[in-house]
Design a protein around this ligand. Sequence first.
Ligand code: F6P
Length: 341
Amino acid sequence: MRIGLLTGGGDCPGLNAAIRAVVKQATGEYGYTVTGFRNGWRGVVDGDVVPLGRPDIRNVLPVGGTLLGTARFHPHAEDGGLDGVLATLEAERIDSLICIGGDGTLHAAQQVAQAGVDVVAIPKTIDNDVEGTDLSIGFHTAVNIATEALDRVHTTAESHNRVMVVEVMGRHAGWIAVNAGIAGGAEVVLAPEEPFDIEAVVKYLRHRHRAHANFSIVVVAEGALPKAGSAMEYEQALGRFGEIVAGSIGERVAAEIAERTGFDTRLTVLGHVQRGGEPTPTDRILGSRFGVAAVDAASRGESQVMTALRGESVVMVPLAEIAGKVKHVPSELLRVAQVLA
Ligand code: F6P
């Protein structure tokens, strides 16, 4: 059997563990060959291939990013993109394509599968918002990094009597914000799941600083939204179109807090720091498990499925069940973040 392998969408720590596991399991136990495609779906369309064997995956476990490269490129959205994918896969005589990616890559995987290609997907995204799996590759490392950042910001907040606003990634779901917020002892956590009222945030901070503290940590997910109907929501909506307010939601929140409370306030945007560097053991293990499971599924002739962690087990879930869905932070977890504030 000839296996194709690609990583698509944003990179994250743990991808190399998954690549390594696919190569080891495919070439070892099964005696298959593995063809890597550089830079995600872009490399499939362009026929940018690299044969993958044992020497290519040596010492990659602790290395962040992806040795195959990646790109935000969706073949079904490009003129002739899907045809390009099919032509390359035929030319390379690929029997099963393993795609490691987030929502965009998984959506593309489904389109390619529907055109007649055997496809097995592996979920990765630091946002952890892929439906159907408890964890996606990269999330655990991102939470570690964000928590460490909160711990560091804590000491300087306390020394300077400041409000520190920390913006973390998470466009559609607040998994990083909520988890790092709980682990890092944030006073306020703003996530896309619960649109916030800036007046309530400010009221709480004023009360806290009057009653028992002289500093606060506010974590804001990049996709957090002001409550519908609030003045801030109105301005934010205009800002999205570049008309009035420029900048991220973190900037807006920090500016509002400073203006309304008079507290010395600073903003830290963690950005791509959350996606870089060494993966945690959890991400290395998850990537390894998903890689082995994906090759096993391909060997059984399975297609249009994704590896998923459910409790202690790795299972296969149909792509159709998860396509187009966002896994949101459950209310229990959101509540813990609020209760501990
Ligand atoms: O991969 C998910 C993610 O890290 C989001 O949290 C973030 O909004 C986005 O990617 C950033 O994308 P890019 O690296 O293309 O700027």
